[in-house]
Design a protein around this ligand. Structure first.
Ligand SMILES: [Zn+2]
Length: 119
């Protein structure tokens, strides 16, 4: 998941990403307060952005593929311990954890972030 906003400088107004690992809007709020001080990487203007100005989006497909790779690795390890039957079993578990499940979780996280509001 990536968090982005649009530059407040009307001459710039470009989209940029927040270099932060907040998972929810409340994470942002507890880390920074209601205003986050950020510098636009395009025009270097520094401003305070209200936490409601940030939105989340899903990380690129590259991240998804990389997660799938981790899942396969987990499956392989289980297989090595449990023998040939375990390889099939392990690979399907690993693929599920690393691929579809994390992608779905990320989608849920993105919609949770975008639908949330700080009181
Ligand atoms: Zn800018």
């Amino acid at each position: 998941m990536k968090i982005y906003t649009f530059c407040q400088n009307t001459f710039c107004n470009k989209k940029f990403y927040l270099n932060n690992f907040a998972r929810t809007r409340n994470d942002l709020y507890t880390t920074f307060g209601t205003e986050v001080n950020v510098t636009c990487p395009h025009c270097q203007s520094n401003s305070n952005y209200h936490v409601h100005r940030f939105s989340a989006e899903i990380s690129n497909e590259g991240g998804h593929v990389k997660n799938g790779g981790i899942g396969v690795l987990i499956g392989g390890l289980v297989g090595a311990i449990a023998g040939p039957a375990g390889i099939l079993f392990g690979a399907s578990i690993g693929g599920g954890i690393g691929g579809g499940a994390s992608y779905k979780n990320e989608k849920d996280e993105v919609s949770r972030f975008n639908n949330s509001r700080i009181a």
